[in-house]
Design a protein around this ligand. Sequence first.
Ligand code: NAP
Ligand code: HSE
Length: 438
Amino acid sequence: MNEPLRIGIAGLGTVGASVARILKNKSNSLSHKCGRPIVVTGVSARSRNKDRGFDMTGIEWFDTPTELAASANIDVFVELVGGENGAALESMHAAIEAGRHVVTANKALLARHGVELALRAEEKGLILNYEAAVAGGIPIIKTMRESLAANEPSRVYGILNGTANYILTRMEHDRMSFADCLAEAQRLGYAEADPTFDIEGYDTAHKLAILTSIAFGTQVAADEIYIEGISNISLSDIEAARELGYRIKLLGVAQRTATGIEQRVHPTMVPLGSMIGQVDSVTNAVGIEADTVGSLLLSGPGAGGDATASAVIGDIADIAKSLPGHQEAPVFGRPATELEPYRRAEISSHAGGYFIRLTVHDRIGVFASLAGRMAENSISLASIVQHGAVKGGESETKTVVLVTHETTESEIRAALEAVTGDGHLVSRPQVIRIEPAG
Ligand code: NAP
Ligand code: HSE
């Protein structure tokens, strides 16, 4: 039997503990598949005495991830601490400088520092694998980086956050409150340490930035993404969407346009009957439209200890099977030195359909005035529906739901500014973009 591959795991939380446990429980089959044993030789976390659910006998403890990363007793450093800076970043740099291959699930860190880490890893001929960083258990990085080499993608989109999809699904199916759904997602180990990342769209944006870089060969540009989260989405929106034949999903979308690459994350209306409209709970889905293959949609569990560990261990197994001296796939699909600068297409030029829910004073002429403002801005309406009057304060209010044909973001914004100026609105308009997702 060949020499064992020695693994150091930093972070023994939801993902790290699953990785260590599965590596131990499946050591025989992994050793057969990889042609050599894979052995955890070192670990690090914050508290030494916590029960992690696996036997730590014979595994060396390190007080910091950075000490573990520099240990001569590991070949691969697995970063499962989290956070875009701090211990995670310091230890990844230390591992690369010490000549260790690196595996991580940390999308926040890659979205911010991915290119600098890729440059250094590639310079030193080391592998930096991160399958678990995007869409949990779905093998999307390998698919895009290797299997789709013959393609120039034009659009990549998806449900990239399990927590947000779990919340939207349980709100719709079980009529649970937003707060209760989030608490349940946290209990199940889906949410980030700071769940604002999940519900405000930042986690989706981190993942989208990574996919954009691989798809379009550009530098990772997480700060250039237009982001809206789901904390504003109410049960009324979900019900109004359903009535009109849509579901609301938090999507990340990147597409090539005439002016640059559009990257956006926002709640989105997708047709009820579409494949992506059927992706529920913690399940993620990633769609790719490309010249050679056409359209693909991959779906699977997007978060959770074991599903994520599956991707991490796949990355470790690839390192175990790699041949010394053999040129590995570059971190972002092409050498980091050749990634092009990102050119942003502004959200104001986004073209598509829109769902608009307005709460208006129930006065004569409001309906006509709304329709007039839309027409003035060249917006063609696919439907306009009003719901019953509600007595509140001095006057009655009504809900009006408009669905537009394709228009642009700037026309929608101009029309809504005019509607607001007319004084008919009781509260801010709710605007949700419609996506012709597959
Ligand atoms: P977690 O449950 O919060 O675990 C974090 C681990 O890191 C804990 O063991 C913690 O130690 C340790 N840690 C934190 N700060 C440390 C420090 N300064 N020094 C040493 N150890 C430290 O997080 P997780 O859910 O496993 O996520 C880990 C990474 O995977 C994150 O980057 C996350 O975004 C990513 N990810 C998670 C999922 C998921 O479904 N959970 C899916 C895909 C990717 P203690 O246990 O002692 O506190
Ligand atoms: N918090 C993330 C999610 C974990 O819910 O999708 C997986 O990246």
